[in-house]
Design a protein around this ligand. Structure first.
Ligand SMILES: Cc1ncc(COP(=O)(O)O)c(C=O)c1O
Length: 395
């Protein structure tokens, strides 16, 4: 059977993959992926912000292969060095003191929500998040997500989640009370369409939490791991969270999620309060160590920032060249969007694909670009040329 036939028959259709429309990818290397007919694409979808070192980075491949030969999995009842060492690197390079390992962004956020509630010992339970946010698809995280379309059909949703408006501090102030356990936001909203938090907003949230006794949680699942040109996006504003979550890019293509917390908060989790069979798996932790080693080596992140400025200014030039088509471009580091004036994002995505560039359409008007942090200037320029051609051909 062909892969599209197998998919249609045996896989529940949650992704809307369609015979004759969906790419069949068979190989990846660096910024490129190849389809089953040998066509090569520049991949600016990157597993939706996962492949930060591109595909099959040799350091990740080596780390995974050597670990899988030695010890591929044991229970969390026992110690393993990859888990302990990864925790150390994460803590030594962040505002937090201890970690909990999970397997995905949603699981990391679940852990953060549970920890925030148990920290307040049941006294405070409400979590306030932002409209247009995205925090995952489990019942709690989809309820935290400030987009109704993801919640439809799943009632009753867990209690205690409220939504304020992103970049509108007053809307959070209105909702905070003595039952607020935490405020949770993405410093840069990803799935919502790449909206960057304003400094006054992020600082204001920190002050609001300090005043009210609520915890501040940053969801850095998409914007963390160097994506914005700094290891953690919150470093752009110098504002530190009480907890934050990381996933996507951390495993270099392998599934991992982490919740990090300040020690005073972390202590609220006692043995038996939370667990994950695969969380902190040695193979995945070795992959993550390899990724972090590369990202933390100077001048890797300075280079990411420099290249991202080139890419952003390239997008801005395109916006200026096509004033009747492009509403605006926005982003931070290698997390960029182009908003179109008309609902042509799907058409633009398709046209880029035909020209050898994978980008992601969000809704009807937004194109999202998530280049690997390792993309060379030439790759970014090639992508910009394809986007230009695409814009030129749009109606
Ligand atoms: C900010 C943010 N949080 C959480 C998630 C959920 O992550 P996962 O799909 O790994 O559960 C995502 C996924 O897109 C995300 O962008």
């Amino acid at each position: 059977m062909l892969v599209d036939e197998l998919d249609a028959k045996f896989i529940i259709n949650t992704y809307g993959r369609r015979k004759g429309h969906t790419l069949f990818l068979v190989k990846g290397e660096g910024v490129h992926v190849w389809d089953d007919e040998g066509r090569r694409y520049i991949d600016f979808v990157g597993g939706l912000a996962v492949n930060i070192l591109g595909h099959c980075h040799p350091a990740v491949v080596e780390a995974v292969c050597s670990q899988v030969r030695e010890l591929s999995h044991v229970s969390n009842l026992y110690y393993t060095r990859p888990q302990a060492e990864l925790a150390r690197v994460l803590v030594e390079n962040s505002a937090c003191d201890q970690v909990f390992f999970a397997n995905s962004g949603a699981e990391a956020n679940e852990a953060a929500i549970k920890l925030a509630r148990i920290y307040h010992r049941g006294g405070r339970y409400r979590i306030i998040t932002a409209g247009n946010s995205f925090h995952g698809r489990t019942l709690a995280t989809v309820t935290a997500t400030g987009q109704e379309k993801y919640q439809r059909g799943f009632a009753p949703l867990p209690e205690g989640f409220l939504h304020a408006r992103f970049n509108d501090l007053a809307s959070f102030e209105e909702l905070v009370d003595d039952e607020t356990a935490a405020i949770m936001v993405e410093p840069v909203q990803g799935e919502g369409g790449i909206y960057v938090a304003e400094e006054a907003f992020i600082r204001g949230l920190r002050e609001l939490c300090d005043r009210s006794g609520a915890l501040l949680i940053f969801d850095e699942v998409q914007c963390g791991m160097g994506r914005t040109g700094k290891l953690w996006a919150y470093e752009h504003w110098g504002v530190e969270p009480d907890l934050f979550t990381v996933a996507k890019g951390l495993g270099g293509g392998l599934p991992i999620g982490v919740m990090l917390a300040r020690s005073e908060v972390a202590r609220a989790f006692q043995p038996g309060n939370h667990a994950s069979t695969f969380g902190g798996n040695p193979v995945v932790c070795r992959a993550a160590q390899a990724v972090l080693k590369i990202i933390l080596e100077k001048p890797f992140l300075d280079e990411v920032w420099r290249k991202s400025e080139l890419f952003m200014s390239g997008l801005q030039s395109l916006a200026a060249a096509f004033p009747g088509l492009v509403e605006e471009t926005r982003g931070l580091g290698m997390m960029a969007a182009m908003e179109l004036q008309k609902p042509l994002a799907a058409e633009a995505q398709e046209s880029c694909l035909e020209k050898g560039l994978l980008v992601n359409a969000i809704g009807e008007r937004i194109l999202r670009f998530l280049p690997p942090l390792t993309a060379a200037e030439a790759d970014l320029e090639e992508a910009l040329a394809i986007i230009r051609e695409t814009l030129a051909a749009l109606p």
